[in-house]
Design a protein around this ligand. Structure first.
Ligand code: C2E
Ligand code: CA
Ligand code: CA
Length: 456
């Protein structure tokens, strides 16, 4: 008898716990409130289902508050029943405002047609307590790739459904890798934190060549991360992740400290080289962080410069300008990175206490193939001159671009044609072997482009 009481008590506790858990996470199962397998997600049967999707009832949170949670849950359950009525579909979790499900489609066109038909069916009015409610539905979907778990699949669908809500047709399919990369990079955050703390990132150095005397005048420090499982993660991905999560200050300090230490190692080999570090735009308006950077650079044995993108200053102009002036007053070399990619005005450029303008590689790469880009590069060089700044062209990939930039009297160049970003030992070799000769093939260039040298 007492065993029976214990068992029934246990069942009651288990049911209550499941209910609380389910309520907290905001989901219901399709057949009644909170089912047997919650909160897990059913693994798709790969033979029967090859797509995952999330259907979201738009602006439903406000409706829920107005009509009450019981009626709102009934609406969600009625919608889930409509999905489940199609034998090609299988319901996952039913949330407060969205429903996860799997389905089968022959190809992308069939998947789109299936989702359009389903959306039509879901938008039919649902009557609860004699009250009709016409839901507006957005659907995000993605093809199931090998090895993805239920959670990963629906993370991607959930990002696609955000996109769908911005589209007129309210349906969005995540292209391979598109939203997956975002979801995957967010999962890498703990690994990135660990990599910074355990000093497992690396710096590679991209030499900057002076066109006047063909010497390497500086190198740009570029961060590299080899993830233990995913391999090389592009800097854009992990720097972006660090920016979004507030980890960028730690990443920047790590980069700065490593660059200072490497510069010291170079000095021990009689190599004097200024190093430029990228300073994320998010940090430029943070006065305390800028103080820290100024102090760190002040302690370095050599010259450490900073690169900031032009968009950095546009967001919080006053604070950014004040901090940049303090950086410049401390004698730190400042470069404006990716010039031309943002929307900077001339007056704002005039106010920036920068010493160098780096022309965005998008213009430089099509320098010899486009008609307009050479003009833009030439204008950028002239703007830099007028503002008494040095000018660097990034993304120089061939001899022709190099020659054209020489004619345009650009001060410095960077790019794969000069050198790829190099790990420190290779940088030492590169510096010791002497930089690449720069050739000016003027006649050939003029023949190919039909241009004449630009007078300075
Ligand atoms: P960025 O500062 O504009 O750096 C230049 C990027 O262009 C580097 O990519 C470099 O490898 C690439 N590049 C340079 N020349 C050429 C070329 O001729 N052809 C081609 N195809 N690419 C060229 P990377 O290393 O992938 O870095 C991408 C971006 O990530 C950097 O753009 C920078 O914004 C950011 N980043 C990298 N390291 C750091 C860091 O330590 N801190 C911060 N805040 N950002 C960083
Ligand atoms: Ca840069
Ligand atoms: Ca750049």
């Amino acid at each position: 008898m007492s065993a029976l009481i214990v068992v029934s008590l246990l069942i009651t506790v288990a049911v209550a716990a499941t209910l609380i858990w389910g309520w907290r996470d905001g989901w219901l199962t399709p057949r009644g409130l909170v089912g047997h397998d919650a909160p897990g997600i059913p693994a798709p049967s790969r033979r029967t289902h090859n797509y995952a999707a999330v259907a979201e009832v738009m602006k439903f949170a406000a409706v829920r508050r107005r009509i009450g949670y019981r009626a709102a849950n009934e609406i969600m359950r009625a919608l889930a029943d409509r999905i489940a009525a199609d034998p090609r579909m299988e319901i996952g979790r039913v949330g407060r405002t969205s429903i996860e499900f799997f389905y089968r489609a022959d190809d992308p066109a069939d998947a789109m047609a299936t989702m359009q038909a389903l959306r039509g069916a879901l938008q039919q009015a649902v009557t609860v307590d004699a009250m009709p409610f016409a839901p507006e539905i957005a659907i995000g979907s993605n093809r199931i790739a090998a090895g993805e778990t239920g959670d990963e699949l629906f993370e991607i669908s959930a990002l696609a459904v955000e996109d769908a809500q911005r589209k007129a047709e309210r349906i969005s399919f995540a292209r391979a890798g598109e939203f997956g990369a975002t979801a995957a990079s967010a999962r890498m955050l703990p690994d990135l934190i660990e990599a910074i703390h355990e000093d497992r990132l690396e710096l590679h150095y991209m030499p900057k060549l002076s066109l006047a005397d063909e010497t390497v005048t500086a190198a740009e420090a570029l961060c590299r991360w080899t993830h233990p499982r995913h391999g090389n993660v592009p800097p854009m991905t992990f720097v972006g992740l660090a920016e979004e999560t507030g980890l960028i200050d730690e990443l920047t300090i790590w980069t700065l400290d490593r660059a200072i230490a490497d510069q010291h190692r170079l000095l021990e080999q009689d190599l004097v080289l200024p190093i430029d570090v990228n300073l994320s735009g998010r940090l430029v308006s943070d006065a305390a962080f800028c103080d820290l950077v100024i102090a760190r650079i002040g302690d370095a044995s050599g010259k450490i410069g900073l690169e900031i993108t032009e968009t950095a200053v546009i967001e919080d102009t006053d604070a950014a300008l004040t901090n940049l002036r303090r950086i410049a007053d401390a004698g730190i070399h400042l470069a404006i990175d990716d010039f031309g990619s943002g929307l900077s005005s001339l007056s704002y450029l005039r106010d920036l206490p920068a010493h160098e303008l780096k022309i965005d590689q998008a213009f430089v790469r099509s320098l010899t193939t486009s008609h307009r880009d050479p003009l833009l590069v030439r204008s950028a060089i002239e703007i830099a001159r007028a503002l008494e700044m040095e000018v660097t062209a990034e993304g120089v990939e061939d001899e022709l671009a190099l020659s054209l930039l020489t004619i345009m009297r650009c001060d410095h160049v960077q790019g794969y044609h000069i050198s790829q970003p190099l790990p420190l030992p290779q940088l030492v070799e590169y510096l010791k072997s002497g930089s690449k000769p720069v050739k000016n093939e003027l006649t050939e260039l003029q023949n190919r482009l039909g241009t004449r040298p630009v007078a300075n």
